[in-house]
Structure formats: C-alpha cells, structure tokens
Design a protein around this ligand. Structure first.
Ligand SMILES: Cc1cc2nc3c(=O)[nH]c(=O)nc-3n(C[C@H](O)[C@H](O)[C@H](O)COP(=O)(O)O)c2cc1C
Length: 156
C-alpha cells in the first residue's frame, strides 16, 4: 500500500535469547491493531544506507560487549553515518540493550552517535540487564508496538 510508514529494526542476535528479543520486537511491531506500517528487520551487518533512507523510524537492539555496543552494530553505524548525515535529520529511534551486567557504556555510545546524526530518541534506552528473564520479551514486544503505533498515528 502506498503511503505506508516504514519501521526498520536493526538488531544483533547472537544467541537464542537475543533472537527471542528480536522476534518479540517484530511481533509487537506487527500487531494486528496497527495498520499502514511496513516493517523491515535486519541484523546490523546486513542493514545498509538504503535501509536507513527507507525508514521513517528505527529500533536498534544490541548486546553489550566489553562495555560497548556489539561490533556488528558499530560496523552498521560506521557504514551509514556519513552517507545518512544530511538526509535523516530527526529520525525517531529507540534502543534496547541486552547486557549481562551493565549496559551503560552501550547506552552512552549509541547516544553519542545518534546525537551526531541528530536523530531523536522516542524514549530512554531499555536495558535488559542480568540473568535472562522472559519478561524482557514483553518489554521488546511493547517497544515494537509502541513504535509502530506511534508511526501509524503520526506521533513520530
Ligand atoms: C565477549 C563478551 C563481552 C561481554 N561484555 C559485557 C559487558 O561489557 N557488559 C555486560 O553487561 N555484558 C557483557 N557481556 C554479556 C552479554 O551482553 C550477554 O552475553 C549477551 O547480551 C547475550 O545474553 P544472553 O545470555 O541472554 O543470550 C559480554 C558477553 C560476551 C560474550
């Protein structure tokens, strides 16, 4: 359908748990109550400049590794930063971080890059910290639905 809004999900999924988080995000974004939003979900190493230019909003998911975002998500930002800088002003985005212990370094690092791009966080980063809990999937599902519903209604 033309006139659809476009939601891009760029999430790193190196484990069963992190795959469940991506699946939950996608499930929320695809909720039957939301119309007119097309969704594209890609791992960071596969997401390109064209995907970002296609998007009206983006959800990022990453693990925290060595106090930073995953190398895969960093590679994504390295590739898209300058080609997108002038064309994606005020892109709404959200971020979830799966962290064994912390998550702060990742939140700060992604925030610096997205500030440089002049993108706008829709909400604070969600840090899914500690031993894995199924409720993390509920948080991701809610995030997916919130972003899709916000695009549908024109709030973002
Ligand atoms: C190489 C490596 C480095 C990691 N570094 C951190 C870290 O700095 N901070 C943190 O909170 N968790 C760290 N973790 C834990 C990961 O965030 C966690 O394993 C990942 O989110 C997957 O979670 P899962 O066990 O639920 O699949 C690290 C894991 C690996 C494998």
């Amino acid at each position: 359908m033309s006139g659809n809004k476009h939601l891009l999900i760029v999430a790193h999924n190196p484990s069963v748990n992190t795959q469940a988080l991506v699946d939950a995000t996608l499930r929320g974004a695809s909720h039957e109550d939301v119309d007119g939003v097309e969704i594209r979900s890609l791992p960071p190493l596969q997401a390109t400049v064209d995907d970002v230019l296609w998007a009206d909003a983006i959800i990022f998911g990453t693990t925290e590794n060595f106090g930073y975002m995953s190398g895969a998500l960093k590679d994504f930002f390295d590739r898209i930063y300058y080609p997108c800088l002038e064309q994606t002003e005020a892109m709404p985005y959200a971020l979830y971080i799966r962290a064994g212990l912390d998550g702060t370094g990742t939140r700060i690092a992604v925030g610096k890059i997205t500030s440089g791009l002049n993108w706008k966080p829709v909400q604070d980063a969600i840090i899914l910290q500690g031993e894995y809990r199924p409720e993390f999937e509920d948080q991701c599902e809610e995030l997916g639905m919130l972003m899709a519903a916000s695009l549908e209604s024109g709030i973002i």
